[in-house]
Design a protein around this ligand. Structure first.
Ligand SMILES: NC(=O)C1=CN([C@@H]2O[C@H](COP(=O)(O)OP(=O)(O)OC[C@H]3O[C@@H](n4cnc5c(N)ncnc54)[C@H](O)[C@@H]3O)[C@@H](O)[C@H]2O)C=CC1
Ligand SMILES: O=C(O)CCC(=O)C(=O)O
Length: 388
């Protein structure tokens, strides 16, 4: 029986993946794995029984990834599974902010109670909301991964002049980009030349507060900024000044807080980027399948802290070892198995930065799983061991 602790509302399609007798899912004791969305796991004490954490979504800044890695816990996310949902809301917000739609709709709603005067008031008041078209305007995209690439291509189809910055762009994503999308050599290219900026980077120490007073000082007056990535990418006191100095004309954010709600020219959306039925189902099904596959076979797919490892079952039992990426780990494990007269049917070892993962299929049943686990755990550098 595997126990899966679930935080947040996870789409039924995902829960259905774990809907068999081998799983207890919900609020459980001794969790083997945790399935969550934006729940702040950093504030939680995570039991030693946990072997995997899966984020039904992309950003993992709510998960203490470094601490879990040192414990040998594999953290998964669902790359690309919600990208289309975010892209659609970004494009909608791009156009809506250009056409002053958010404030215009608020104003119109305020006309309630004016009875037959409403149409006349509408015609008289609409001149306060004249907007600009996005066609021919310059859009800067910071971060060209799953979401940024979709936004780049579709904004280009809308006739925008698109320039993108991503020093770590993957080859696959680069191949997907429309040939009209220009490459920015640095952030200055974006700050100095664009009419609109949209950010699609993860929140890390390097990206935190990337939009700050220095960045605002380089922008043209009237800049429109979209933030569907994470609130902390923007220094909000300095944003406030940039708004007051007419540098930033509009800031659309998916990450409201009290201060932002009190600022002029800010449109706050309640973190809806990924909130479509399609995206919630895609993410939940992907996250649940990754947990299931990992618990039942030891195979890893889409982990943010360990390498992808896949090996079809060839033996009677499988040893799954999470360890440091240091010399002679595989040699020591193999020697230990030899001393126990256990033959190896197949094996695979992969590493990612300082960490590695080894799967070894054993030719015979192990008499006592716990004894073998204890022996392997004693090897220096081993973080976690399972017999499956
Ligand atoms: N509002 C919402 O509901 C959602 C928000 N997100 C946020 O959007 C972010 C991006 O999502 P995806 O595009 O799916 O992720 P992704 O991992 O496919 O793309 C991120 C891109 O950012 C680039 N990058 C990293 N550091 C950078 C830097 N310093 N400068 C420029 N580029 C940099 C990477 O090379 C990568 O290409 C997520 O990390 C998450 O924080 C994601 C999904 C839903
Ligand atoms: O689960 C959600 O709705 C949030 C999605 C998100 O922010 C992400 O995938 O990074």
């Amino acid at each position: 029986m595997y126990n899966i602790q679930v935080y947040n509302s996870i789409a039924d399609k995902g829960l259905a993946v774990l809907n068999d007798d081998a799983y207890q899912v919900g609020d459980v004791n001794d969790a083997d794995a945790i399935l969550l969305r934006s729940y702040k796991l950093e504030e939680e004490s995570i039991p030693s029984s946990v072997k995997a954490v899966a984020r039904s979504g992309v950003g993992v800044n709510n998960i203490p990834v470094d601490d879990l890695t040192e414990r040998g816990v594999v953290v998964f996310n669902t790359p690309g599974a919600n990208a289309n949902a975010v892209k659609e809301l970004v494009l909608m917000s791009l156009i809506a902010s250009s056409r002053n739609l958010f404030s215009a709709v608020n104003w119109t709603n305020g006309l309630q109670g004016n009875g037959s005067e409403v149409p006349k008031k509408v015609e008289a008041g609409k001149k306060g909301f004249v907007g600009t078209e996005v066609r021919g305007k310059r859009l800067g995209i910071i971060g060209v991964g799953a979401i940024g690439a979709l936004v780049a291509n579709d904004a280009s189809s809308l006739g925008m002049d698109v320039i993108a910055y991503d020093p770590f762009i993957s080859v696959n994503t680069a191949w997907q980009l429309n040939g009209d999308v220009q490459r920015a050599n640095d952030l200055e290219d974006i700050f100095q030349t664009c009419d609109y900026i949209t950010m699609h980077v993860p929140l890390t120490d390097k990206t935190k507060q990337m939009l700050n007073a220095d960045a605002f000082s380089k922008m043209k007056p009237g800049m429109k900024i979209l933030n569907f990535s994470r609130g902390e990418l923007v220094e909000e006191n300095e944003l406030k000044e940039a708004i007051e100095n007419n540098i930033v004309d509009s800031y659309v954010t998916d990450f409201p807080n009290e201060e932002l709600l009190q600022m002029e020219n800010v449109t706050a959306i309640p973190h809806l980027g990924a909130s479509t039925y399609e995206s919630e189902e895609n993410c939940a099904a992907m996250a649940a399948s990754q947990i299931k596959q990992f618990l039942e076979t030891g195979n890893i797919h889409n982990s943010v802290n360990f390498p992808d490892v896949h090996m079809p079952f060839k033996g009677r039992k499988r040893l799954a070892v999470v360890h440091q990426n240091i010399p002679n780990m595989v040699g020591q494990i193999a020697s230990l198995l030899a001393t126990q007269s256990i033959n190896i049917a197949d094996m695979v070892n992969r590493s990612k930065d300082e960490w590695a993962y080894t799967l070894i299929d054993l030719d015979q049943d192990v008499l006592n799983n716990e004894d073998l686990i204890d022996l392997v755990k004693n090897i220096e550098g081993v973080l976690h061991v399972r017999v499956i």
